[in-house]
Design a binder for this molecule. Structure first.
Ligand code: SAH
Ligand code: SF4
Length: 403
């Protein structure tokens, strides 16, 4: 694990000593870049041209210094660097798993009322033919799914769009995924594709549909064909089931959708995914049936975490198949990833295989998601910032004096 100290990208805050902090342009939309240019005194007539220059440098070349913007005049570069930075979120730590998975713990700027700077995690998972970046949308989560580590951390705040895009920029910096960038360590584990990040999944910390506008703005930047250019077909939003927002998300963005189903009966899903009490399975599946653009070529992924003795029987598998009949879907069986203090166990391998066989026989290619990066707690549902864990263990070790 290497610890890299960089200057954070202070979009909103002033440091405690009152000195002015320069805001970062990295991660901003065209509209926000334009507003920043005008604020910096760039004449209205020039702003449009400056925005397209910046857009290419930021999202095609990935530069981290204004000096590298060779088609911007020296005076303008000086003017910009006097007022802005190109900083990404601050990296607190970077961990590289033996399988090439990388996890970054990031520190975001503190807001006025926050006691400490919030932290989130981003995970990169390389495979031979693709590289998937799993990004966070919130610090913590308001929902409390009983098997999820993030659910034990209270919501601190929504991420800004630039902080969501910042995770992509930073990951591309660290894995050398910009034109001409040098290869990183463990480069042999990177995919054989031209671009090393081919897919984005909103499956990190938080419920993305509870941060709708910022996630939407960020995905518009990520999928912009003149910039980061990640195809919408390769962006997947995973939701625990915020039913009223599902159709709006599909209509507004056109990305792929994944649903954290995990149970086929309301009584059990109420326990595992408590938002089910508000939006039960029948309503969730009705929203899936009408997801904009749904077709055999654009299926919904149903995620199903395998919990020993809880939801993993052959009867559960059959019920799952019945439930999804008629919905163009893929089923993703996820071995449960334990975390310190979790109350569940992962199903036995034979149980998972038996479950998968029933699902396969019903016509679903149901890859069992191989846990990745377990050695660095980077697998699904294990995300929760390390400092939070340290604080929790400190609380256990040293109760407050008035306890
Ligand atoms: N909040 C969104 C997205 C983040 S969670 C959602 O719930 O869908 C991403 C996926 O990881 C979800 O399917 C979630 O149910 C799953 N997950 C959470 N904790 C897990 C764990 N301990 N083991 C395996 N999968 C887990
Ligand atoms: Fe939140 Fe998703 Fe974890 Fe549930 S599974 S607590 S919705 S992050």
């Amino acid at each position: 694990m290497s610890v890299l100290a960089t200057v954070s990208s202070p979009l909103l805050t002033a440091p405690p000593n009152g000195a002015a902090v320069k805001p970062s342009l990295a991660g901003l939309s065209r509209e926000r870049l334009r507003a920043a240019m005008l604020q910096a005194g760039v004449p209205d007539k020039q702003a449009r041209m400056r925005v397209s220059q910046l857009w290419r440098w930021l999202y095609v070349s990935g530069v981290t210094s204004f000096d590298d913007m060779t088609d911007v005049s020296k005076d303008m570069r000086t003017q910009l660097s006097a007022q802005f930075t190109l900083d990404r979120p601050e990296i607190v730590s970077e961990q590289v798993s033996v399988d090439g998975t990388r996890k970054w713990l990031l520190r975001l700027p503190k807001r006025g009322h926050e006691m400490r700077a919030p932290e989130v995690e981003t995970v990169y998972i390389p495979e031979s033919d693709r590289g998937t970046l799993c990004i966070s949308s919130q610090v913590g989560c308001t929902l409390n799914c009983s098997f999820c580590h993030t659910g034990t951390q209270r919501l601190v705040r929504n991420l800004e769009a630039a902080e969501i895009v910042g995770q992509i920029l930073l990951a591309r910096d660290r894995i050398g995924d910009w034109p001409g960038a040098p290869l990183p360590e463990n480069a042999h584990l990177l995919p054989n594709t031209d671009r090393k990040i081919t897919n984005i999944v909103l499956m990190g910390m938080g419920e993305p549909l509870y941060n709708f506008d910022n996630v939407k703005e960020a995905m518009a930047i990520a999928s912009d064909g003149e910039g980061l250019s990640v195809s919408k077909r390769r962006i997947t939003l995973s939701t625990s089931g915020v039913v009223p927002e599902i159709a709006r998300w599909g209509g507004d963005t056109g990305t792929m959708l994944a649903i954290s189903l995990h149970a086929t009966r309301d009584a059990l899903r109420d326990e595992l995914v408590p938002i089910n009490k508000q939006y039960p399975i029948s309503e969730l599946l009705a929203a899936c049936r009408t997801y904009p653009g749904l077709s055999n070529a654009k299926r919904i992924t149903f995620e199903y975490v395998m919990l020993k003795g809880v939801n993993d029987s052959p009867a559960d598998a059959k019920a799952l198949v019945r439930l999804l009949a008629g919905i163009p879907s893929k089923i993703n069986l996820i071995p449960f990833n334990p975390w310190p203090g979790s109350q569940y166990e992962c199903s036995d391998w034979e149980t998972i295989e038996r479950f998968a066989e029933i699902v396969n026989k019903a016509g679903y290619a149901s890859p069992v998601r191989t846990p990745r990066g377990r050695d660095i707690l980077a697998a699904c549902g294990q995300l929760k910032s390390a400092s939070e864990k340290v604080r929790a263990s400190q609380r256990t070790a040293a109760p407050p004096l008035d306890a």
